[in-house]
Design a protein around this ligand. Structure first.
Ligand SMILES: [Zn+2]
Length: 164
């Protein structure tokens, strides 16, 4: 079975923030838990400014397989510290630093998606989106379940995040 990954939202370049245009589609296999293999048809988009190609690919789930998103966001927000080792599913220090690196590396990409979703679905104005404000920073400071919210938004719109 082939799953078509597509979204009608305008996508923005995770590197420079410009809009992306459709280029072509390619097939990719992904191994799911339980050794189930799925094939995805993925759109490739090209940035109208820097020319970089981006794939719309939902494989960002990999780094989150073992832990609940509230543990991850707790670590990222500094609520869960390496010394709180009272819980069984407590991630090790190396895992925690991986998550911090992932968020730093994916910050622009996340903001690109949030801008795209904000424009198409939430009716944010272009002035707001071009103001240089980080929607990710805004979300993080306003709701405790920010990570679940952005993952749901991005995943539901057919988007992807890179894993480091
Ligand atoms: Zn670009």
């Amino acid at each position: 079975m082939i799953f078509l990954i597509e979204s009608n939202a305008i996508s923005y370049c995770p590197i420079c923030g410009e809009s992306l245009i459709y280029r072509d589609s390619c097939e990719r296999g992904m191994l799911l838990e339980g050794r189930e293999r799925r094939r995805f048809l993925i759109r490739r988009l090209k940035c109208s400014k820097c020319g970089k190609l981006h794939r719309e690919l939902p494989d960002f789930l990999a780094p989150f397989k073992q832990y609940a998103t509230e543990i991850i966001s707790g670590v990222l927000d500094g609520i869960v510290q390496p010394e709180d080792e009272d819980s069984v599913d407590h991630p090790c220090e190396k895992t925690m630093s991986c998550w911090h690196h992932w968020l730093m590396a994916d910050q622009l990409r996340i903001d690109g998606y949030l801008k795209s979703i904000g424009y198409c679905l939430l009716g944010f104005s272009e002035e707001l989106l071009n103001s240089g404000m980080s929607l990710l920073t805004e979300l993080r400071s306003s709701i405790p379940e920010w990570l679940e919210t952005i993952l749901r938004f991005i995943y539901n719109s057919g988007g992807f995040l890179v894993s480091v």
